[in-house]
Structures are given as structure tokens and as C-alpha cells.
Design a protein around this ligand. Structure first.
Ligand code: SF4
Ligand code: FES
Length: 375
């Protein structure tokens, strides 16, 4: 980074018209005992020896607090494989961050979870692959996960923490949407995240193996909408819709560089986990530059912040400050231009072909998975 780095947060906000980041996703490691074929980690996964040290992560936590971050999502890979999770969490708590542990649960013990709660962990987000243990095993390529996850959910509730259930939805579990919602209620989750697969990284590689049909998607949305009404006051729903069958795109990352940042295991600070595929994008590292300077002035954050980079039809569209033109990484993957309109939008010239490819793949027999692997 070349610009002057000496401004305070308040000056930065004023000069930039950008507020502090609301949330930080800290990908503590890419190591994980599971091998889900829709993993959002890069295809070329960093090895453990490039990971930030305990002291470096503690500095990141302090800088996040100073920068105004409110919520910290401890993620991976599987964050619990870091033996220093406790020390990192301690620094986050001292920095005043609301802490959320995103975990598959399979490596957790009750004692460890109890210790994390004592340090000040605020929330747990537990992922399952499906309610059917056989499908869960097929997806994760991991045996015995289903039983362990139910146990972890019980510990979270016994220890008095709020619990969110995360489930990625695709052709192998979409017919179980209703049962998945029942499971969330059964384990005492207060919130469920039903995330239809977003096709980047490993999921893009496995798209034909994962993609459901349009009818399956509509039926799943109907089931979740009905359950949302029925379970008001019991379960909060967060549904990430299927881009290929959408009319409008989602505001990916809540808009580029608007509220979220991701720190990779090796310290790269990114507007989104997939952004390194974008040509010309310069990703800064927290090993070299303070977090706040990267957020306010880093080239990667400036590249698609706001609306000035937009082309038509986004440029003159009245939704440009609602969805911020959708997803830059998807625009790049489908159109070859990261500044193009997201093909999930019906106004994109690529929209029809984007949906037709999905329908074609969904109608075929699913190929075997390419499981996510390190190295
Ligand atoms: Fe959103 Fe652009 Fe589509 Fe308008 S044209 S709805 S801003 S993606
Ligand atoms: Fe990168 Fe959407 S995944 S902007």
C-alpha cells in the first residue's frame, strides 16, 4: 500500500464515506477433518505452515476492535483444530468483539467448549450436512459426524449459549428441507441458516454433482416459507437463495467493502473469500499493513466499493444501492468480467444461459464428488 497510513478511524470514515466493518470472518485455518464438496475455501488451499501465529492472530483481534468491528466469526476450515483457539478468543473478548464460533463440532469436547464459554464465547454456529446420517457421511466423507453434532448441540444449550444451525442445501438433501427444520427446533437452535449452494471454489468444481432442479428449489423455498410463519418466535430463518433460479441477485457480502471483511489463515485481508480470482486485484496482508488501513484504503476494498465502477444495466438501475450489482466473483466466473452485472440478475445478457446450464445439469445423473482436500 502506498498511501499515507496515519489517519485515525474517525478521519478515515469522514474521508472515505465508508463506515467501520460490522463483521470480520477470521478463517483461522484451512485444515478440516471434513471434505465437503461445496467448501468455500480456495481450491489451492494454504498449508498449515503459512498460518498466522497465535501472536499475529491476537494482533488482528486487537486491530479489529480498534477499527470498530462488532462481530467476529471464528471460522476455517475447522477453527477448533487450532490448539490456540482459546488464546485467540481471549484477545477477541478483550477487544470487545461479539464472538461466534462456526464449527462442524466433530473435534470438540464438552470440556473444551466449557472452557471457551468461560473465556467469553457468545454464540455457536453448528453445521450439519443432512439429517440422514448416510447422506451426511456421503457429503462430508467423514464417519460418525451426525451423532457427534447432536451431542455438541446439546452441550451448547446446556452451557446456555445461543445456537444457529447451518445447512448447505443441494440436490442430495433438498428433499429433506422440512426434516432439517424440524431437527433445528429439536436441538434448540434459535436460528437456522439454509444456504442453497453458491457456486464458487469447490462448489463450482462440483456444480453438476450438487445442483438441484428448479422445481426442487421452489419446493424447498415453499417449505421454508411455511415453516417460517409457523415457527415465528421459535426459529429465525436466514435463507440464501439459489442464484441460478433467481430473478435478482443477492447483495453479495452485503455489498463489496461495505460491512464485512475476511482474514485468511495466512493473513490476507479480503472483501470476500473468493476475490483472489479477480485479475488486477491487490490483496493486502495484515502481516504488513494494519487492518484499518486495509479496510479504508486497500486497493482490493476500493475496487468495487460503492457504485462508481458499475456498467450498464447496473449503472442506471434503481436497485444498484440495494443489491450493489450482485456478486463480483460470479460475474467474473460466468461473463469473464468482474465488473459485469451478476448473471443472477434477469437484466444480465447472460442470465438465461446461466439458468439453462443449471437446469441441464440438474436433469442429468449427478457425477461423483471431487472432495475438498488440502494441497
Ligand atoms: Fe441489481 Fe444491476 Fe440487476 Fe439492477 S441491473 S437489479 S443493480 S444486478
Ligand atoms: Fe466474491 Fe460474491 S463471492 S463478491
Amino acid at each position: 500500500m502506498s498511501e499515507d497510513m496515519t489517519l485515525s478511524t474517525a478521519q478515515n470514515k469522514q474521508e472515505n464515506g465508508t463506515g467501520a466493518p460490522m463483521g470480520m470472518l477470521a478463517e483461522l485455518t484451512y485444515r478440516c477433518p471434513l471434505q465437503c464438496p461445496y467448501c468455500s475455501n480456495p481450491l489451492d488451499i494454504n498449508r498449515a505452515d503459512t498460518e498466522l501465529t497465535t501472536a499475529e492472530w491476537q494482533t488482528v483481534m486487537r486491530q479489529a476492535g480498534e477499527c470498530g468491528v462488532l462481530q467476529l466469526h471464528l471460522s476455517g476450515g475447522e477453527p477448533c483444530v487450532r490448539p490456540d483457539l482459546e488464546e485467540i478468543l481471549q484477545s477477541a473478548v478483550e477487544a470487545g468483539l461479539y464472538t461466534n464460533l462456526i464449527t462442524s463440532g466433530v473435534t470438540l469436547t464438552r470440556e473444551r467448549l466449557e472452557g471457551l464459554v468461560k473465556i467469553g464465547l457468545d454464540h455457536v454456529q453448528l453445521s450439519i450436512q443432512d439429517v440422514d446420517p448416510n447422506t451426511a457421511k456421503l457429503i462430508s466423507n467423514y464417519k460418525g459426524g451426525a451423532e457427534k453434532k447432536r451431542e455438541v448441540a446439546r452441550w451448547v444449550k446446556e452451557l446456555g449459549l445461543p445456537l444457529t444451525l447451518n445447512v448447505v442445501i443441494h440436490r442430495h438433501n433438498i428433499e429433506n428441507t422440512s426434516e432439517i427444520i424440524d431437527y433445528a427446533v429439536d436441538i434448540g437452535a434459535g436460528r437456522i441458516e439454509l444456504a442453497h449452494v453458491q457456486y464458487y471454489a469447490w462448489a463450482l468444481k462440483n456444480r453438476a454433482a450438487l445442483i438441484p432442479s428448479r422445481e426442487q428449489f421452489y419446493q424447498s423455498v415453499k417449505v421454508s416459507n411455511e415453516a417460517k410463519e409457523r415457527l415465528k418466535g421459535i426459529l429465525v430463518f436466514d435463507v440464501v437463495a439459489h442464484d441460478q433460479y433467481a430473478i435478482r441477485p443477492k447483495a453479495c457480502m452485503g455489498g463489496w467493502g461495505r460491512s464485512l471483511l475476511t482474514v485468511s489463515p495466512s493473513g490476507k485481508v479480503m472483501p470476500c473469500q473468493e476475490c483472489e480470482t479477480i485479475p488486477g486485484l491487490e490483496v493486502d496482508n495484515v502481516r504488513d499493513t494494519p487492518l484499518e488501513d486495509i479496510w479504508f484504503k486497500g486497493q482490493a476494498f476500493q475496487m468495487f466499493r460503492g457504485t462508481s465502477w458499475m456498467k450498464e444495466p447496473c449503472k442506471s438501475c434503481d436497485r444498484r444501492e440495494i443489491d450493489w450489482g450482485g456478486c463480483r466473483c460470479q460475474a467474473l466466473a460466468v461473463t469473464g468480467d468482474a465488473a459485469a452485472t451478476d448473471p443472477a440478475c434477469h437484466l444480465s445478457p447472460y442470465h438465461d444461459e446461466f439458468a439453462a446450464t443449471a437446469e441441464h445439469e440438474a436433469a442429468e445423473e449427478p457425477p461423483p464428488f471431487v472432495y475438498r482436500r488440502l494441497g
